[in-house]
Design a protein around this ligand. Structure first.
Ligand SMILES: Nc1nc2c(c(=O)[nH]1)N[C@H]1C(S)=C(S)[C@@H](COP(=O)(O)OP(=O)(O)OC[C@H]3O[C@@H](n4cnc5c(=O)[nH]c(N)nc54)[C@H](O)[C@@H]3O)O[C@H]1N2
Ligand SMILES: Nc1nc2c(c(=O)[nH]1)N[C@H]1C(S)=C(S)[C@@H](COP(=O)(O)OP(=O)(O)OC[C@H]3O[C@@H](n4cnc5c(=O)[nH]c(N)nc54)[C@H](O)[C@@H]3O)O[C@H]1N2
Ligand code: SF4
Ligand SMILES: [Mo]
Length: 734
């Protein structure tokens, strides 16, 4: 008999990181056998990185969770049926909800969750059903929540996020980001490295301000900075712009209120006054300020390095303020705003912003009293929310698409807190270090087993672009999409919980009319109503989910560039001008003068990302781990020599909070006094991913503090950079 193997090549896109590169998935007999870059994708045009290509190994990983698992008394996981798992989970959750209310329920939503519209939307619906005091923790408090708060202060809405127009700029100043490795963040620009080289080719400059001469800095210009010195540098740039009258005051006052206030705020921070804090020569700062104003198309851009210091909200506010004062906000080649193009978008933005601002100002976390950023509280206090008795103590925790034991400050504290939970459920591809503590781990579809439309990234693209995809293969094993799991859980919970009967009734009623509130319905409506959408038939040839996947499988460019001059539509404040004056900001500036360092910790710890890692979760891919990869610290040759440390030695890095040991690479490509350690390592071998466990490494977040005093006030951001540490050679094994 002749067995005919059909082999299909399906266009789709990668959702590991933010450029969302176009991919061709080769599917044979229902199996994903290969991923390769899509040459017909209009923006990524045949580019994909090693992680994207290696993802086929994740999909087919023998260590992947493919059935629901229950942890037995001996700590080992064994398979159970979906119904058995969901029945027990719902019963226990309902009992906890009944006894302690919604405040006893917590959910940690990790980074890959943001790359699935249906995961995000269904979780929001679930939380609305459980009740307003349910706890939500996200990776955002280790990443980007400060960006939302800075935008809320400046523009009145947390959702107005400026992106550098890399396609048209002639001076790009990258502060605390490493796009050659990270591929860009809060910026959806495939082939970002090529686009940065284009800037240089057309006679422009790319300047990288970073404590480490990163892979990006090595290809462009590098200016070293003392970790967490950015707020001082940015204040000095403003000071020079105002003192030298470089700023166009007339146009500034059309765009913003509080310009004089800002100029007063920056006044004490001359480049001479801040040089010791930044390590940057005053003339260099002056010239940079002048260049930013005088180069017609210039932008400063910051990311994780400027978000995770002591004053991340201030620093991000200042990045935008520098763009504004230099005349580069909302201008071609500057920092620009993408728009989604919904009818009545400004009105919707205003309503949404009012809601989110209300939540921010009214809701405070039980531990530490932190404001709620987009409905979430700092993951840094999650452990204490679990261990501190009283109303609102978390007793049931769900973790979807996250590994907080390795990603939030003080992983040890969190690990021991998890042991106290009455119910813990993980929804993941793997039994990671966090999920090893679960009662149940539920198998989930990978991105290629679900449809998608990357909703949160639509306004972050210098080339406005739309792409949607259907699943390219059926779910592996018994995996289910998050939204199906959440929907099933909701139905069971509503049935078991009398207080939530109203939700159950609403569902039924909608069901009678044939309406299933599926995330797909919602996202389709958003595509149809947005820019380029078919407006439900009103615009012929317009887009819908089906039309995107059917007629534009490689995606569709909506416009070559972002539109400038939209600031008045983006800002929701009455008067439509950027609001610079905030007590919160002057309060943070006051704190700069009070910064202190504990004795005995002379070095500063920073983070770094690696091309063949994705946070904690791709260390089980043989392709990415080839060459016996392990985790290394990086330190300067002079510091190493002074401490009698040689390249390859194991060093002990200690902070006030903890210590770790790992081998070191000695280099000149880092500012003296700084040590860099990648996060996402520290895999350990009880369950789960075998290759990752063998690679081991150390959890750098053992060195980070989860004390509420060490968490940034305005956005609840963990302090993950500039952390005072001591580095010594670990005693050689005897
Ligand atoms: N290969 C790979 N790509 C990724 C990821 C990954 O793990 N691996 N993760 C993805 C995720 S979740 C994100 S959020 C993005 C992040 O994207 P990026 O922010 O571009 O990536 P990072 O490597 O964190 O870059 C932060 C930079 O800030 C520098 N830095 C640290 N402290 C300071 C400081 O105080 N001041 C200044 N000026 N610089 C500082 C660091 O040396 C580092 O180069 O990357 C995404 N892409
Ligand atoms: N020291 C230090 N710590 C950091 C950072 C740093 O720079 N320095 N960076 C921070 C940042 S920016 C981030 S974003 C966080 C990340 O922190 P987390 O989001 O907590 O952790 P990840 O390591 O990204 O783990 C993601 C998990 O999701 C799973 N997963 C992958 N795809 C899917 C999917 O489609 N569905 C589901 N349900 N699960 C999936 C993976 O198997 C993995 O277990 O780390 C933060 N921690
Ligand atoms: S750069 Fe990011 S989106 Fe593109 S292929 Fe690599 S992992 Fe995927
Ligand atoms: Mo992130």
């Amino acid at each position: 008999m002749l067995l005919v193997m059909t082999r299909e090549h399906k266009p789709t896109f990668c959702r590991i990181c933010e450029p969302l590169c176009g991919m061709i998935a080769t599917v044979e007999a229902g199996r994903l056998i290969e991923l390769r870059p899509d040459r017909d994708h209009p923006v990524s045009a045949g580019f994909a990185c090693q992680k994207g290509i290696a993802f086929a190994e994740v999909v087919n990983d023998p260590d992947r969770v493919t059935t629901p698992l229950r942890r037995g008394a001996d700590g080992h996981f064994s398979p159970v049926s979906w119904d058995e798992a969901m029945t027990d989970i719902a019963r226990r959750l309902a009992a906890i909800h009944r006894a302690h209310g919604p405040g006893a329920v917590g959910w940690y939503f990790g980074n890959p969750g943001a790359f699935s519209y249906s995961h995000t939307l269904s979780l929001n619906m679930f939380m609305a059903g459980v009740g307003p005091r349910m706890h939500l923790f996200t990776a955002g408090s280790q990443d980007v929540n400060n960006r939302f708060v800075a935008s809320q202060l400046l523009y009145g809405t947390p959702l107005a996020l400026p992106v550098p127009d890399v396609l048209r700029t002639d001076l790009l100043v990258v502060i605390g980001a490493n796009p050659v490795v990270s591929h860009g963040s809060v910026l959806t620009q495939p082939r970002i490295k090529d686009r940065m080289h284009d800037i240089v080719k057309r006679g422009g400059r790319v300047l990288v301000i970073d404590p480490r001469k990163t892979e990006t800095a090595a290809q462009f210009e590098w200016l070293g900075i003392v970790p967490d010195g950015d707020a001082y540098l940015l204040l000095s740039l403003l000071q020079v712009m105002f003192a030298e009258n470089l700023a166009d005051r007339a146009s500034l006052s059309r765009q913003a209120d509080g310009v004089d206030w800002l100029s007063q705020l920056a006044r004490p921070f001359s480049p001479e006054a801040t040089a010791a804090r930044t390590g940057i020569d005053p003339d260099t700062v002056r010239n940079l300020a002048r260049d930013l104003v005088r180069t017609p198309r210039a932008a400063v851009y910051g990311r994780v390095g400027t978000s995770t210091g002591e004053n991340g909200t201030l620093t991000t506010y200042l990045l935008d303020a520098v763009n504004l004062v230099a005349g580069n906000l909302d201008a071609p080649g500057g920092a620009m705003f993408g728009r989604y193009g919904l009818p009545g978008e400004r009105w919707l933005n205003k309503a949404g912003a009012a809601l989110l601002r209300g939540v921010y100002f009214r809701r405070r976390s039980r531990i530490g009293g932190f404001p709620s950023v987009l409905g979430s509280e700092p993951a840094g206090v999650m452990a204490k929310e679990i261990t501190t008795p009283g109303r609102g103590q978390v007793k049931a925790l769900f973790v979807s698409a996250g590994n907080p034991v390795l990603s939030v400050p003080n992983g040890d504290e969190l690990e021991s807190a998890l042991a106290q939970l009455d119910l813990m459920v993980g929804i993941d591809l793997y039994v990671n270090e966090t999920l090893a503590h679960c009662d149940y781990v539920l198998p989930v579809t990978s991105m290629y087993e679900r449809d998608d439309f990357p909703l949160p990234f639509q306004t972050l693209q210098p080339t406005p672009f739309r792409q949607a995809t259907e699943a390219v293969i059926a779910p592996v094993g018994q995996a289910r999409a998050e939204w199906e799991i959440i929907d099933d859980l909701a139905q069971r919970l509503w049935r078991l919980t009398p207080g939530l009967a109203m939700q159950a009734f609403m569902r039924k009623m909608l069901g009678v009319f044939g309406v299933r509130l599926s995330p797909r319905l919602l996202v389709d409506a958003l595509i149809r109503l947005g820019e380029g959408g078919d407006r439900f038939g009103l615009r012929r040839g317009g887009l819908s989910f089906a039309r995107l996947t059917g007629s534009y499988p490689h995606g569709k460019v909506l416009a070559a560039n972002l539109r400038a001059g939209v600031l008045r539509d983006v800002v929701v404040y009455r008067g439509r001008r950027v609001r610079l004056r905030h007590d919160e900001i002057s309060g943070e500036v006051d704190k700069l003068a009070r910064r202190s360092v504990p004795d005995g910790y002379p070095m500063r710890l920073i983070g770094m990302r690696e091309a063949r890692s994705e946070n904690s979760w791709m260390h089980n891919s043989p392709l990415l781990m080839r060459g016996e990869r392990t985790q290394h610290a990086r330190m300067h040759v002079d510091d190493a020599a002074a401490a009698d440390i040689a390249d390859g030695d194991v060093v002990r890095i200690a902070s006030v909070s903890g210590e770790i040991e790992l081998p070191v690479i000695v280099t000149k490509d880092i500012v003296a006094g700084v040590v860099a350690v990648p996060h996402g390592w520290g895999h350990k071998g009880t369950a789960g991913w075998r290759l990752a466990n063998r690679a081991g490494g150390a959890n750098v977040n053992k060195l980070m503090s989860s004390h509420p005093d060490d968490i940034e006030r305005l956005a609840g951001m963990a302090r993950l950079t500039g952390v005072p540490v001591r580095v010594v050679r670990a005693e050689p094994a005897s």
